[in-house]
Design a protein around this ligand. Sequence first.
Ligand code: HEM
Length: 171
Amino acid sequence: MPTQKYEGNDEKFADPVAEQPGYDNTQSRIAILGHPIHAMSVAFPIALTCCTLFADSLYWWTGDPFWARGALWAIGAAFLLGIVAGISGTAELLLVSGIRVRAAAWTHFIIAVTLLSLLGTNWGFRLSGYESAVLPYGILLSMLSVLVVGFTGWHGGKLVFDYRLGTSKGN
Ligand code: HEM
């Protein structure tokens, strides 16, 4: 029996996901004047997670409690603003048919929820003693948080630049 080839331009090949109704509807709905709120809000948790590792490192280096307190505020704000970003992303995922139907969008959701759990743990761990929490576990959690936030942001970028999710189609 001859083997069947499934190539991109083969007429016999049909992607069942692309057959779903609303597959091409990928334009952002959670937006202000056409600018997606999710894309605008993710910058804050990403930057604040990096600031937490920076503050932890300076505490380790100088021993100045100012940096441990700074890290506590930075990771708390990263977590809360991450939740805000997550709400706008989840609304986009559930409301836009062309986003909802793509597996990559759900992969991003799973990575992002893992990140939010990690940020919440990193914050909660410091609440009962922000100075004693930094070494060693606080700074280790911050290193892991920076790795996971980088992965989440990179993957979110793929949704926009590779799949063109949440972008405007123009007129
Ligand atoms: C928790 C649930 C989340 C869901 C369901 C979600 C969903 C999405 C979707 C659908 C997009 C495509 C663009 C759009 O439609 O606006 C996107 C982009 C993106 N996401 Fe998320 N997201 C979540 C959380 C996060 C978090 C916590 C971060 C990082 C802190 C993040 C980082 C990004 C980035 C960097 C982009 C690319 C934005 C751009 O380049 O314009 N996402 N996300």
